[in-house]
Design a protein around this ligand. Sequence first.
Ligand code: HEM
Length: 477
Amino acid sequence: MSATIEQDTTPAPRLIGEAPPSPSGPAPEDGAPLNLPPALDGSRALTAVRVSVRQIPLLFRARRELGDTFALRVPERPRNSDERIYFLSHPDHVKSLFTNPDLAPSATSDSPLRPIVGPNSVLTTIGPAHMRQRKLLLPPFHGEAVERYTQMIADVAEREIGAWPLHEPFALGPRMQSITLDVIMAGIFGVPDGRPAPGTPEHGLRRMILRLSWLTATPVGMAAELMNAGRAEPVGLTKRLLARLDRYLYATIAAARARDDAQERTDILSLLLAARDEDGRPMSDAELRDELLTLVLAGHETTANSLAWTFERLLRNPAAYDRLRESVRAQEAEDDGWLEATIHETMRNRPVVPIIGRRVQVPWQLGEHRVPAKSLTLVSIALLHHREDVYPDPFNFRPERFLGVRPGTYTWIPFGGGIRRCLGATLAMAEQRVVLRAIARRTDMVAPDPRPERVLNRNVTMIPARGARVLVTSRQP
Ligand code: HEM
């Protein structure tokens, strides 16, 4: 055994490499002209649609044809000073954006989530308002606080796994979503086990969230997303659905305000209700609404789909799957190395959030290129994670590349980075560990269709197109 373990913990240098350096950052005031990255040809309207629904093939093609840094032309919007959006995927370029948050703030006003979660949340504010909210929200998402949820996550996962059908194909994605939604409802609203009682506003809210997220993966939902792209306020179907969801959310807030046990509660809503700004003012209902909806939406679909992708990948890579089952089933298995490496490799190979945006306030150097102030610069996490120089054999799923290796701050960025790094990363990692371990321990599964699942773009996420279909062949008690 020791021989295997020694082998296992040896870093795999051949599988992680380095990109050649590339100068990047605020451009020096040297009077040099701009040098815009090359742009992909084609109709602007069609490009905008492709970015929404066929993004991955489009970006990989653009990089093949144009190189590391390129532009896409999209329909001009009044807010943009330039109709081009710039895509980058070099670690040095990423670092320059993450380490200069004042000069390259988050492009939140362009996020497709903006019309849904509103202007007041930690996701959609920038500058001091953002930092205030981050400071307020960090403690409940910190390691020790997350530790408290571990048993609850395990209980929810065991209950869910016990209800799965045997020898009958089903999509894992929605089952994972049920687990992660329970976890987030428990953490945010203090609902025991995350399952609100029928008739409560939290129950209606849970139903509406599931409806909203189901809709966004359908053609109607995608059309609604396109209609809402670039808007500050929602329109059409999205607006109608949100109005119904808001009724439940505001009722939940009102019920929490009326409670008299706030002192003893540790849920995030109670914490936000007790918060005061520098003038001693509490948060308004509209501010609370935006914050809570952001946390619920950002906090469950992402983790659920990352777990769904993990099994989509494992079932098509039997050696990795066998090794995971062996390692979690071995009685003495204290070492989580392979489990952790599996999570890291899934998040590299299938990053659920494939793009993050920053808007540079001054001209920016990106290698040999220079883009103007106010440009929208998008980091393609998927392209970065598939660089041949950083990850040799990038398209293959090889957890061993992360064995005994700490993922790089600017080369492995499924949670983004800098002052906008995902607030729920610790919780998401804890959930993935606990749920992955429970499923791999108790079940044996196969893929009903051995072909890899395509990527489906859903709002800011990419998910398995068929929901990660599996068939459970056996289940231990
Ligand atoms: C596997 C699961 C998850 C992934 C892949 C993920 C990914 C991301 C990414 C890429 C960002 C943007 C970072 C940037 O712009 O640099 C982000 C932001 C955020 N995430 Fe997550 N996330 C996950 C789970 C969660 C969970 C469980 C929560 C809990 C509530 C959460 C809450 C947030 C919030 C509030 C932000 C905004 C942070 C800010 O702008 O300061 N996420 N996430």
